[in-house]
Design a protein around this ligand. Structure first.
Ligand code: ATP
Ligand code: MG
Length: 505
């Protein structure tokens, strides 16, 4: 069978970075081919070249056995190559349907008028096929990131692509949405579409992929069947042995309570939530997406108003009207939505890491201690393995995962005693994950209080000294870190409120 795509010896450099060095990759019709590698390995760059976003420096690309030069995204589209980018590209003020058919809207009356009805009907048909309950006329700006992602997928489907590239499509999806996506992928496979699937989630790869190609530092490492044991694949990805962090749970029961949250309420999102975290403790928050964990974090951080409840830090009742208040009181929050709340994309790596905590680097209250800033930034870059040609690289030029690491670094160097990390390792490669776990443990050992919200149960289990589980805005249970299992956490995460008892007369 002739491959749909056959890439040989492809190279691409950016200033200061050899992003791809003689890479090869092929895709068969009806195949899901996973592309794996650490953050900055070159996965997105390779696929952007196939999708006409970047031009290659050298190498060959063949489609259906014929050499091609793909010189623009429009050209790639014409060749039936579709891509769902790692970063969302939707226009907030347009509706879902308008986004999907942007620039190729159906027209009527000899092309004079936009046929909005047809547009919405077409979009509805796509959503139906995806089992997506979404009105085509909803403005994109009003959708959650997960639903925006689904619209991106609908858009790619609408192009009738024969090659479909998905760059971390599930980063913001919940399990049900992932199941829907996989159902769509299987259907496309049966229609002969070739799919390139990029993800850092091993379990997904094993469920959906046929073959895996591993890249490391811009180089091609190997192509193996997806049945290959994951430890082998990971070893190829990281090129070194990963040490499994030992989990020890310190006794913090006598330590000072740093954060004391009492009776927090907001509508149905947060219902009578109370908890404490002590110095040295890592408190995990488990639950399904939408359980209310992020809502609680945002309320404690002063990002959303509350209807009732109190937050005490070191025994002191604090008034939270804004995140500034929270940071002032020593509470830091790494948001799950880094794109909007975390990264100054136009600033360089060093400024992103150190600007928010600049006060720390003042000498005699006036001079900035530039060497100290350099040193701490450099340390963070090394510890988190942030792949960047220099500290002065503009943040937006880093790979997706490395941008996230920069935001994490920013909170790690802040002098906050209470740190809340919301989905800290989403989009982060396996190697860097274990580094982040180590750093969180160090911070706790230094006497800070750490809260980790994560949808990945293995992560909660690995990190937490104690786990709180939420469902429908309430805390449904608490489990000690050494007694927590996937099973008991899941049971609590799905403990919906009992039906209201019938009124007794
Ligand atoms: N436009 C650009 N300008 C400069 N450097 C870039 C640009 N795009 C990517 N790079 C660099 O090329 C390398 C490969 O990046 P790429 O985005 O392909 O990585 P990736 O494998 O997709 O990583 P991730 O898992 O983090 O998404 C990185 O070092 C990145 O910083
Ligand atoms: Mg990428």
């Amino acid at each position: 069978m002739t491959p749909l795509v056959d890439i040989q010896n492809l190279s691409k450099s950016f200033p200061g970075v050899k992003a791809l060095d003689g890479v090869r990759f092929d895709l068969m019709p009806g195949e899901v081919h996973a592309l794996m590698g650490e953050n900055g390995a070159g996965k997105s760059t390779l696929m952007k070249i196939l999708a006409g976003v970047y031009r290659k420096d050298s190498g060959q690309m063949m489609l259906d056995g014929k050499a091609v030069e793909i010189d623009s995204p429009a050209h790639a589209q014409a060749l039936a190559i579709g891509i769902i980018h790692q970063e969302l590209h939707l226009m907030g003020h347009l509706t879902a349907a308008q986004n999907i058919y942007l620039g190729r809207e159906p027209r009527r009356m000899a092309g004079l008028f936009l046929d909005e009805e047809q547009l919405n009907r077409d979009a509805q048909a796509l959503f139906d096929r995806m089992h997506l309950a979404l009105a085509p006329t909803t403005p994109i700006g009003e959708l959650t990131v997960a639903r925006q992602q689904m619209v991106e997928i609908a858009k790619a489907l609408s192009h009738k692509s024969r090659v479909l590239i998905m760059d971390e499509p599930t980063a913001a999806l919940n399990n049900a949405e992932i199941d829907d996506l996989f159902r769509i992928i299987r259907q496309l496979k049966s229609e002969g579409v070739g799919i390139v699937y990029i993800s850092h989630k091993m379990d997904e790869i094993q469920r959906i992929a046929d073959r895996i190609t591993v890249m490391r530092d811009g180089a091609y490492i190997a192509t193996v069947p997806a049945t290959t044991p994951m430890p082998e694949v990971i070893a190829m990805m990281v090129g070194r042995k990963l040490e499994q962090a030992e989990k020890t749970i310190p006794d913090t029961s006598a330590n000072e309570v740093l954060l004391d949250v009492r009776g927090l309420n907001r509508g149905r999102a947060i219902r009578d939530v109370s908890f404490t975290v002590r110095r040295g403790e890592i408190l995990g928050f488990a639950g399904l997406m939408g359980a209310g964990r992020t809502e609680v974090a945002r309320a404690v951080f002063g990002a959303d108003p509350i209807e009732s409840g109190e937050v005490h830090v070191r025994g002191q009742h604090i008034r939270l009207t804004s995140p500034q208040d929270a940071v002032q009181a020593g509470i830091g929050y790494l948001s799950e939505d880094r794109k909007h709340f975390g990264l100054a994309t136009g600033m360089d790596v060093e400024s992103n890491i150190t600007l928010p905590s600049l006060k720390r680097w003042l000498k005699w209250g006036i001079f900035l201690n530039q060497p100290a800033i350099r040193t701490i930034s450099q340390q963070m870059v090394e510890k988190l393995r942030i792949k960047t040609p220099s500290l002065t690289q503009t943040a937006k030029l880093l790979s997706g995962g490395n941008q996230q690491k920069v935001v994490i670094a920013k909170w790690l160097v802040q002098d906050c005693e209470v740190l809340i990390f919301d989905e800290p390792t989403r989009g982060i490669d396996v190697g860097a994950k274990s580094e982040i776990y180590k750093l969180l443990n160090e911070l706790a050992a230094q006497g800070r209080a750490i809260i980790v919200i994560s949808s990945e149960l293995p992560e909660v289990l690995q990190l937490s000294h104690r786990v709180l589980v939420m469902c429908e805005g309430r805390i449904t249970g608490e489990v000690r870190g050494d007694e927590a299992t996937q099973e008991n956490l899941m049971a609590l995460a799905t403990q919906r409120e009992a039906e209201a008892p019938a009124a007794v007369h």
